[in-house]
Design a protein around this ligand. Sequence first.
Ligand code: NAP
Length: 438
Amino acid sequence: MIEFDKLAPPEKGRKIEMEKGKLQVPDQPVIPFIEGDGIGPDIMNASQPVWNAAVEIAYGDKRKINWFEIYGGEKASEMYGEPLPQDTINAIEHYIVAIKGPLTTPVAGGYRSLNVTMRQMLELYACVRPVKYYRGVPSPVNNPEQMDMVIFRENTEDVYAGIEWEQGTEEVKKVIEFLNKKMGTDIAEDSGVGVKPMSIRGTKRLVRKAIKYAIDNERNSVTLVHKGNIMKFTEGAFRDWGYEVAVDEFRDHVITEDELWDQVKGPDGVTPTTKKGAFKHLRGGREPGNPGKRIVIKDRIADQMFQQVLTRTDEYDVVALPNLNGDYLSDACAAQIGGLGIAPGANIGDYIALFEPTHGSAPKYRGLDRVNPSSLILSGVMMLKYMGWVEAAELIEDALGKTIMDRKVTYDFARHLKGVEPIKTSEFGQEIIRRMKN
Ligand code: NAP
């Protein structure tokens, strides 16, 4: 039995376990949650009733989530005197599936970011963000429905590793001197310096997760996005190690784009294409050894990928990227489907999965019951799917779609829709529940 300093787990319910790489979810799981700072309480209070109602409608008395509040950010600082107490880390490590609201990074206190620290402490190396369009959501592009991607962003390495030295310090002088004298570089004396480590292990475990997801969910392709034309030994290596995982570990399930192009001509008889559906006869099946039905592994250079997601949106499916590229691309893609208010996310490691909305704590909207809870609600949908409670997840997705189609939306969508009066955060949750029940 796990002991906590200041937490009392619910008396009812059991923990979710991982056995031989497979998640074992009891019917009455204990799931820890962090309410979050700023708008955290507004969106958590709207979301939990939606998740509970969906589970009840889908499974009756058979299944129920036993929520267990744990603390991060401002609430934790009040209780423990620090924003990320050991109790919280221990609880997530023990219960292995958890969900959180956004946390404000304290200006003082030595944290670069609470969220980044948490991901690193728990080794949550994959940031997973499905980017999918719901009809009726105002979007800045003409065909937002073409966007249906799942982004796997590496979470622990790259320039986010936090290794950098400030301009003018003794440390940076030493680093510059070493590099200029011993490594033949020519770095200006008045520079700040950062380090961009990218490892075989860090890359392969991320790409492995993306390919496994593509196989399990019958997706069409996995695209490795990198800036390897310039940063050959980090970003270029990401691409090379990514292909290595694909071919060495998933040979029977994948075909590289080059292999495909060698085998098949495109519709015009010359140009190959990987447009969704163009190679229907080559995909969709999981039969090992059948070269005709495999997931296509391709790669794209990051800058042109930003263009591609706008101009050839439907050619991309599962996407794997290093940390910084992933950060940029996931927000850019979210904009195409209606913005951060509706973009869910999860941070996943080998065992532990922590679900969270992609936006921050938006402090100016704190307590106003105004913001869009969809990002957190849909993070819960991801969590339910991850747990295998697909029926409950689908009920929510369906009802959320209907709610938006009925133009019952919060301010962020209403401001782009003529003649639509915004509803409150809490009302949006209730509207979803009403549509699930009908
Ligand atoms: P933010 O909290 O994401 O808010 C930026 C803007 O995005 C808001 O002003 C609002 O735009 C829109 N927005 C965010 N959430 C929304 C929602 N649920 N519904 C509708 N619109 C929404 O970014 P920030 O102001 O840069 O960051 C605030 C704090 O959050 C910082 O301390 C940061 O470190 C932290 N943060 C935490 C996480 C996390 O916990 N994972 C992630 C990012 C940032 P309008 O003003 O146009 O309405």
